[in-house]
Write a protein that binds this ligand. Structure first.
Ligand code: PBG
Ligand code: ZN
Length: 321
């Protein structure tokens, strides 16, 4: 008889044959930075997550540094929003200030800057709007200007999340032209139009004021198209590709892992986090067990990098399993 249970008899032997591990070095923690002073504002739909002003970043950055995770993904929330997202590429913009602050004070922590326009436009769309349409090609120069400006402020990696076509190539060319040929691009390649982003849009003040994002983000029914998106981004020069959200798209992640040899990131998004938190607060699930199980599933499906709001809790829990 095949006795699988022989290798399940005690914790030591289970650890010995465990196939999937989550090193601290693969975890990235998202951070929201709001313009202003002395701000630490709770995000109601994301228990445990706060929007902070630059001067109050040390409270969270000290924790990030102590935790041993590898980096943060930065989202800036500017005071001034307009049609052309000018705060996104203002050298004194809130995101640029946050990047400089973190790189000056925590030089060893990787700073990944999210590149998109939706936090900076008055209409909340990820691109330039003309006549109610989100224009692709008009958006590319603004995204590239933003990426160059983040690199100039000291970002280690830029991460375009807008889903305009051709943006990776455009951003790569502009980074290179400005002597940032060593700055990698982590592309949100297979980013689906998802209901799981709702809490984020409260956190980042980035909900579109008309329509939705389905003309640029992917239809969640399409797995093969996701692989074409990833393949196109690799051809355009993406150094790291991403699947987003995570849990409902582990099939896409696993297919991508089989097919491509570049590092793959997965984004365990706001709605996924909020569902776990809400159920845990009600006593309906054991948060620690659920989080370690979810993150392990992402890793098992093929993620090299996991972006998650659970990162700081997870490092503590992962040491125990
Ligand atoms: C902005 C952006 C979004 C997320 C990351 N970058 C929101 C969106 O596309 O509406 C979602 C992150 C999350 O839900 O945690 N383009
Ligand atoms: Zn956006």
């Amino acid at each position: 008889m095949l006795r699988f249970r022989r290798l399940r008899n005690n914790e030591a032997v289970r650890n010995l044959v465990r196939e999937t591990h989550i090193p601290k070095s693969c975890l990235i923690y998202p951070i929201f930075v709001e313009e202003g002073r002395n701000i630490k504002r709770a995000v109601p739909s994301m228990p445990g997550i706060f929007r902070r002003s630059v001067d109050r970043l040390p409270e969270i950055m000290d924790e990030v540094q102590k935790s041993g995770i590898c980096g943060v993904l930065l989202f800036g929330i500017p005071e001034h929003k307009d049609e052309i997202a000018s705060s996104a590429y203002d050298e004194n913009g809130v995101t640029q200030q946050a990047i400089r602050f973190i790189k000056n004070n925590y030089p060893d922590i990787l700073v990944i800057a999210d590149v998109c326009l939706c936090e900076y436009t008055n209409h909340g769309h990820c691109g330039v709007v003309h006549g109610g349409k989100i224009c692709n090609d008009e958006t590319l120069p603004l995204l590239a200007k933003t990426a160059v400006s983040f690199a100039a402020a000291g970002a280690d990696i830029v991460a375009p999340s807008d889903m305009m076509d051709g943006r990776v190539e455009y951003i790569r060319r502009e980074l290179d032209r400005n002597n940032f040929c060593d700055i990698p691009i982590m592309a949100y390649s297979a980013k689906f139009a998802s209901g799981y982003y709702s809490p984020f849009r409260d956190a980042a003040d980035s909900a579109p004021c008309f329509g939705d994002r389905r003309t640029y983000q992917m239809d969640f029914a399409n797995g093969r198209e996701a692989l074409r998106e990833i393949s196109a981004d690799i051809d355009e020069g993406a150094d790291i590709v991403m699947v987003k959200p995570a849990l409902a798209y582990l099939d896409v992640l696993a297919y991508a892992r089989e097919r491509f040899d570049v590092p793959i990131a997965v984004y365990n998004v706001s709605g996924e986090y909020s569902m776990v938190k809400a159920a845990a607060q009600n006593g309906w699930i054991d948060e620690k067990r659920i989080v370690t199980e979810n993150l392990t599933a992402m890793r098992r499906a093929g993620a090299d990098i996991i972006i998650t709001y659970h990162a700081l809790d997870a490092v503590k829990w992962l040491e125990e399993i």
